[in-house]
Design a binder for this molecule. Structure first.
Ligand code: CUA
Length: 356
């Protein structure tokens, strides 16, 4: 091989490799990592990209060189010389891809097994997915529930995920992992947050009309702040002592029944699906709650029992124009009696205000 050819091949290779590397490195393709697992996944990604750029540079260089130097002359109608293969070349182009693909498999296997490995002192969080919301509950805090996923920085977390209805999928881009949530199964996801902040948490499996609204947040907190929050949840989720006053009495509630109901409404994602002026909610997937008085009349029921039944047993009366089973069937069970009563009172009060 002539020296000039080698220089030309190298030059083409460097140019092609440089352009490919710029395309890979200059735009921000991935969100900034916020977990140890995401860092390992990013490593695998860049490992594969580096191999791809290397192969691309070789192929592009050889192709450009061949196009320029082995072009057929205009008056040349001859067939090329017969070639019966080249054993050395064939072994080379089989062995190199074999080694590269095997190395990708090994790196991926190591990353997967490390990402799934249980660490010491793992925090367990139970995740319930249903159309169209996530609920997170903490066994360390008497199963206190939260509509957002709060996690302590630096601690290993294991999510145990169940679905109440159809297949959903949990995804936080900054954690790089996705896991399906399948009815009848408990799927797991292991996360070790490394960065404080609030990150979007979304459903990434088309699960019905409200799929695009099935969003929440993952909030990574300082461990001390998280422990304080968890302690607070534990207290409020503690079962009431037997001597506690009746939960229907509002005299012991520090907030007004309306404010309490509004906070139940807001913290349970009702606004994703329903319209309610009193809560500045404009969802259109479920019935318009400003029209509850008219709906109760159509259902031939008094307002308050109608609202109560529609929450605890949503299929009892289906407003024409809306499908059955759209409202989470166990929604009422997720609320305490106090929360349920506050929500019913709030909805009845807001609907009556709308009547005139
Ligand atoms: Cu749940 Cu999409």
């Amino acid at each position: 091989m002539r020296k000039g050819s080698i220089v030309a091949l190298l030059g083409f290779g460097l140019i092609a490799g440089g352009v490919a590397a710029a395309v890979a490195l200059v735009p921000t393709w991935l969100p900034e990592d916020a977990s140890r697992e995401a860092g390992r996944i990013a490593f695998t990604f860049w490992f594969v990209i580096a191999i791809c750029i290397f192969i691309f540079a070789i192929v592009a260089a050889v192709m450009t060189y061949a196009i320029m130097h082995f072009r057929v002359r205009e008056d040349d109608f001859e067939d090329g010389p017969p070639i019966h293969g080249h054993t050395g070349l064939e072994i080379t182009w089989t062995v190199i891809p074999f080694l590269l693909v095997t190395s990708i498999a090994i790196v991926s296997a190591i990353v997967l097994s490390r990402n799934d490995a249980q660490a010491q002192n793992t925090l367990r969080v139970n995740v319930t997915a249903q159309q169209f919301e996530f609920t997170f509950s903490y066994p360390d805090a008497n199963n206190a529930t939260s509509p957002v996923l709060r996690l302590p920085k630096g601690r290993s977390v294991e999510l145990y995920m169940r679905s109440e209805d159809v297949i959903h999928s949990l995804f936080v881009p900054q954690f790089s992992q996705k896991e399906d949530i399948v009815p009848g199964l408990v799927t797991q996801l292991h996360i070790t947050p490394t960065r404080l902040g609030t990150f979007p948490l979304e459903c990434t499996e088309l699960c019905g009309l409200g799929h695009s609204l099935m969003r929440s947040q993952a909030i990574v907190m300082e461990p001390a702040a998280f422990d304080a929050w968890l302690g607070q949840q534990k207290k409020s989720a503690a079962p009431a002592p037997p001597s506690a006053p009746s939960t229907t009495s509002t005299s012991t509630t520090p907030t007004s029944p309306s404010a309490a109901g509004l906070s139940v409404f807001n913290s349970n994602g009702c606004s994703s699906c329903h319209t309610l002026t009193a809560a500045s909610a404009a969802g259109t997937i479920g019935p318009d709650l400003d029209k509850l008085v008219a709906y109760a009349q159509q259902a031939k029921q008094p307002l308050v029992p109608f609202i109560h039944e529609s929450i605890v047993n949503p299929n009892a009366y289906i407003q024409p124009g809306y499908p059955k089973n759209l409202m989470p069937q166990n929604f009422g069970q997720l609320l305490t009696k106090t929360q349920l009563d506050a929500l019913v009172a709030f909805l009845a009060h807001s609907a009556q205000g709308k009547k005139g």
